[in-house]
Design a protein around this ligand. Structure first.
Ligand SMILES: O=c1ccn([C@@H]2O[C@H](COP(=O)(O)OP(=O)(O)O[C@H]3O[C@H](CO)[C@@H](O)[C@H](O)[C@H]3O)[C@@H](O)[C@H]2O)c(=O)[nH]1
Ligand SMILES: [Mn+2]
Length: 744
C-alpha cells in the first residue's frame, strides 16, 4: 500500500472493560453464595425429611436460578474486552485500485414487502459512493413476481438521473424516499445553490413520476408470489428497459434482476437459498471479491459505507483472515418510546465485545463479506481434481473457473447479455436442483441447516478460522424497518429462536461443535444466543411458583433476618443496575430499561417457548421450520398507536392468553398474599415472594390497561381476557385443591 498511514484504528473501551469485569467478579461471587443457600436448604429439606411436597417448588426455583445464571455466565466473554474501530476512507488507494463490490438485495413477496420500499433499497445501493464500473447490484426476487420485475425497470430509469445527481452534489442519503423527507441543506463547494435547487426540484418531480409508475404497476399487475416458476435473470439496461433521453448508462453500476427457479417439490431454503443463487449468478457477471448483503427494507443511509468497509478489508494486517465487516442494523421507524424494543439496543454493545475476540456474529444484513470466505476455497489448491470440485460446487464448469481469484467473467467488458452460452449457464446456476448432492448450503455459501442462516453461516465461518470485525460509524450506514406491532415482533422472534434452537439442539451446538473449533470465549457468545430460548423455563417458573406459594403463606426464599436475604437482594439489584448502566452508557433512558425488561419477559413467555416447542417437534419430524418474511406493510392505525407509545395487543390468542393469564395470576396472588401477610404479620418471611408478583404487575401495567381500560382496536379482546381469567382461576383452584387433598 502506497500510503503508510493505517486505514483503520481501534481502541478498547476502558471504562466499560473495568465496569464489566468488576461486575462479573462481584456478581459471580453473589451467585455462588445464592447457590450455596439453595443447596443447603435443599439438603435440609431432604435430610430432615421435613415436607417432601416442598421439595418440588424449591427445586423448580433453583433450576430457574441456574438457567438465569448459566445464560449470564455465557454472556460474560462478550463484555470482556469491548473495542471500537475508526476508519479513514480518505487514506484508501485511488479508485482504480479498489476491488469491486456486488450488492445482494433479497425480496420475497410484494404483498408483504411493498415494492416502493424494495426499489428504494435498490436505488440507494446503486447510489453508493464507489466507482460505477466496480459496483453491481443484484435483486433476488423469490416471488418471481411480475410486479417486482416491472418495478425494477422503472427504478433503473429513475436511477439514471438519481445516481448522477447524488454523485454531483455528494448527496448523503442515497435513498430517495428518505432524502426527500429530510431537508438536506444543499451542495458543498463548487455548485451554486440555485442550480442545486433547480436540479433538486427536477429530480423530485422525476421521483414523484417514478412513484406514480409503481402505483400503476401495482394496480395493474398481479403481485402473486409464486412457489413454482422458471428462473429469470436479466441485466436491466436500456436495451431491455424503456429507452430514456440520457446516455449515461456507461456511468451506471450494473443492475441485475434474478428470480431463481422454484418448484414446490424442491426445498428452496429460503433466504440462504436465494443468496446462494445470487452468489453463483453474480460470479458469471461481475464476480466481485466482496459482497454487501441487504434485506429489502434496509437502505444505504451513508453512501460511504463501501469505502469504510474497504478500510478494513484492505488492511494488510487483517485482510488475509477477515471474512466480513458487520455494521449494526439500525432502524428508521423506531418511535420515541420504542415500546417493542425494536432497536435491538442490547445486541450492538455485544458486537463490540465480540470484536475484541474473533469478531461479531453475522447479522443477516448490513455486512460486507469476502466471496472467498463463502466459497471456502481456502481448502482447495489450484490443482484439485475437477470431479472433486464438481461434487463440491455443482456441475457448472464456468462457475468452477470463477472460484479462482484471477478469473474475470466476460460479461462486463462486452455487456452482451444475450449471449446464448451465458444464458444457458445462468439458467443452470439458478435452477432449483443445482444444489442437490453438492456442498452448497453445507460447506459452501450461506448455510441451510437453520432458519437463522446469518447466525449459522457466521458461526461456520468462525469455526473455519475466519474472523470478522464490527464497525459502528456515528452516522448509521444502513437503516431498516422494525416490526411495529406486538404480533409481528413475536412472530419474528419465534422464527429467530426456532432457528437458534435448531442449532442448540443439534450436533452444531456451540458448546460442542464450536468448542472444538474456536476459543471457548467465542463459542460462549454463540452459545448465549443459541441457548437463550430456555429463558422461557426460568420465567414460567418464576411467574407461577413463588406466587402460588405466596398465597399459601409458604416461603421459598430466605427471610429478612437471614444473611442470605442480602444475597438475593444483591443479585437482583446488581443485575438490574448493570442493565441500567448499560442503558445509560448507550445513551438511553430509564424508559428503555422498562421496555427491555417488559419485552424480554413477553418474548420469553411466548416466542421462546413456542420456538422451543417447534424445534422439539421438528426434531421428532412432526413439523418443518420455515422462514416467512415479516410483514412490512404499514397499517395506518397501528402505526399511529405505535407512534403514541400505545401497545397493540391484537395478537393471536396463542400469544395473548399466556401473557394475560400470568398477569392475572400475578396480580391476584399479590393481592391475596398481601392480605395474608397483613393478617399473619409474616413480613420478614414473605418479602421477596411478595415482591416478585408486585414487580411483574407494575412492569406489565400496559397489559392490565389493555384488558380493563382500553376500548380501542389495539386493546386485549374480551374473549382473550375471559379465557385468561378462566385459566388463571383454574390454576389457582387446581392448586388449592391439591393442597387441600394433602392437608386432609
Ligand atoms: O424465502 C425467503 C424469505 C425471506 N427472504 C428475504 O430475507 C430478508 C429478511 O427477511 P425479514 O422477513 O425481513 O426477516 P427479519 O426477521 O426481519 O430478518 C432478520 O433475520 C433474518 C433471519 O435470521 C435475517 O436473514 C435478516 O437479515 C435479519 O434482518 C428479506 O429481505 C426477505 O425478502 C428471502 O429472500 N426469501
Ligand atoms: Mn426485516
Amino acid at each position: 500500500m502506497e500510503n503508510s498511514l493505517p486505514l483503520n484504528d481501534w481502541h478498547v473501551r476502558k471504562t466499560h472493560l473495568i465496569i464489566n469485569r468488576l461486575h462479573a467478579f462481584v456478581h459471580g461471587i453473589a451467585l455462588l453464595a445464592l447457590f450455596y443457600y439453595r443447596l443447603t436448604s435443599l439438603t435440609e429439606i431432604i435430610i430432615e425429611n421435613k415436607d417432601t411436597a416442598l421439595l418440588l417448588p424449591h427445586v423448580l426455583i433453583f433450576i430457574s436460578e441456574l438457567i438465569l445464571s448459566f445464560i449470564w455466565l455465557l454472556s460474560q466473554p462478550s463484555k470482556w474486552k469491548p473495542i471500537v474501530r475508526t476508519v479513514y476512507p480518505e487514506r484508501l488507494p485511488g479508485d482504480e485500485k479498489l476491488p469491486s463490490i456486488d450488492v445482494f438485495v433479497c425480496t420475497a413477496d410484494p404483498t408483504k414487502e411493498p415494492c416502493l420500499e424494495v426499489m428504494n433499497t435498490v436505488i440507494s445501493a446503486l447510489a453508493l459512493d464507489y466507482p460505477s464500473d466496480k459496483l453491481a447490484v443484484y435483486l433476488s426476487d423469490d416471488g418471481g413476481s411480475l410486479v417486482t420485475f416491472q418495478a425494477i425497470k422503472q427504478a433503473w430509469k429513475f436511477s439514471k438521473f438519481w445516481v448522477p445527481f447524488c454523485r454531483k452534489y455528494k448527496v448523503k442519503i442515497g435513498c430517495p424516499e428518505a432524502y426527500f423527507l429530510t431537508d438536506e441543506s444543499g451542495p458543498d463547494g463548487k455548485f451554486s445553490s440555485s442550480q442545486f435547487v433547480i436540479e433538486k426540484k427536477a429530480i423530485q418531480k422525476r421521483y414523484e413520476e417514478f412513484k406514480d409508475s409503481l402505483e400503476e404497476i401495482v394496480a395493474k399487475t398481479s403481485s402473486f408470489a409464486s412457489r413454482d416458476h422458471r428462473p429469470a435473470i436479466e441485466v436491466i439496461s436500456d436495451a431491455n428497459g424503456e429507452r430514456t433521453d440520457t446516455d449515461n448508462e456507461e456511468h451506471m453500476p450494473l443492475l441485475v434482476y434474478v428470480a431463481r427457479e422454484k418448484r414446490s417439490s424442491q426445498p428452496h431454503h429460503f433466504k440462504a437459498g436465494a443468496l446462494n443463487v445470487l452468489l453463483r449468478v453474480s460470479a458469471m457477471i461481475s464476480n466481485s471479491p466482496y459482497i454487501l448483503v441487504l434485506d429489502c427494507d434496509m437502505y444505504c443511509n451513508d453512501p460511504s459505507s463501501a469505502r469504510q468497509a474497504m478500510c478494513l478489508h484492505l488492511d494488510p494486517k487483517l485482510s488475509r483472515k477477515l471474512g466480513f465487516v458487520q455494521f449494526p442494523q439500525k432502524f428508521y421507524n423506531i418511535s420515541e418510546t420504542d415500546i417493542y424494543d425494536g432497536q435491538l439496543r442490547y445486541i450492538w454493545p455485544r458486537w463490540e465485545g465480540l470484536d475484541g475476540l474473533r469478531g461479531p456474529i453475522l447479522s443477516g444484513t448490513c455486512f460486507y463479506i469476502k466471496r472467498e470466505a463463502l466459497h471456502g476455497t481456502k481448502k482447495f489448491q489450484e490443482d484439485v481434481d475437477l470431479v472433486q470440485l464438481k461434487k463440491c460446487f455443482g456441475t457448472s464448469n464456468e462457475f468452477i473457473k470463477s472460484i479462482y481469484r484471477n478469473y474475470k467473467p466476460n460479461y462486463p467488458k462486452e455487456r452482451n447479455f444475450s449471449d446464448d452460452a451465458l444464458q444457458k449457464e445462468l439458467q443452470l446456476l439458478a435452477s432449483c436442483r443445482y444444489d442437490n448432492d453438492t456442498k452448497w448450503g453445507k460447506e459452501v455459501g450461506f448455510r441451510y441447516f437453520a432458519v437463522v442462516e446469518d447466525y449459522f453461516t457466521g458461526f461456520n465461518l468462525h469455526c473455519e478460522g475466519w474472523i470478522s470485525v464490527y464497525l459502528q460509524p456515528s452516522r448509521s450506514a444502513f437503516l431498516g424497518a422494525s416490526p411495529i406491532s406486538l404480533n409481528e415482533l413475536l412472530v419474528q422472534n419465534t422464527r429467530w429462536y426456532v432457528g437458534l434452537n435448531q442449532v442448540a439442539m443439534s450436533r452444531f451446538s456451540p458448546l460442542v461443535y464450536g468448542l472444538m473449533r474456536m476459543p471457548i470465549s467465542q463459542s460462549m457468545c454463540y452459545a448465549e444466543f443459541a441457548y437463550s430460548p430456555i429463558y422461557f423455563l426460568a420465567l414460567y417458573v418464576l411467574a407461577i411458583i413463588p406466587q402460588l406459594f405466596l398465597v399459601q403463606g409458604i416461603s421459598l426464599y430466605p427471610e429478612v433476618s437471614s444473611p442470605f436475604f442480602v444475597v438475593f437482594s444483591f443479585v437482583f439489584l446488581s443485575s438490574q443496575l448493570k442493565h441500567v448502566q448499560e442503558i445509560f452508557s448507550t445513551g438511553h433512558s430509564m424508559r428503555t430499561w422498562s421496555n427491555e425488561q417488559r419485552i424480554w419477559m413477553m418474548k420469553s413467555l411466548t416466542s421462546y417457548s413456542y420456538a422451543t416447542l417447534e424445534a422439539v417437534m421438528e426434531k421428532f419430524g412432526l413439523t418443518k421450520a420455515s422462514f416467512l418474511p415479516t410483514n412490512k406493510v404499514v397499517d395506518d392505525e397501528q402505526a399511529k398507536r405505535y407512534q403514541m407509545g400505545i401497545y397493540d395487543f391484537q395478537a393471536p390468542a396463542l400469544f395473548m392468553v399466556p401473557l394475560c393469564s400470568l398477569y392475572i395470576l400475578n396480580a391476584a396472588s399479590f393481592i391475596i398474599g398481601f392480605g395474608r401477610i397483613l393478617q399473619t404479620q409474616k413480613w420478614g418471611e414473605m418479602l421477596i415472594q411478595a415482591f416478585i408478583p408486585l414487580f411483574a404487575t407494575i412492569l406489565h401495567l400496559p397489559l392490565l390497561e389493555g384488558m380493563v381500560l382500553r376500548k380501542d382496536k389495539g386493546g386485549v379482546s374480551a374473549s382473550v381476557s375471559l379465557l385468561s381469567a378462566i385459566i388463571s382461576s383454574a390454576v389457582f383452584s387446581q392448586f388449592f385443591f391439591k393442597l387441600l387433598v394433602r392437608i386432609i
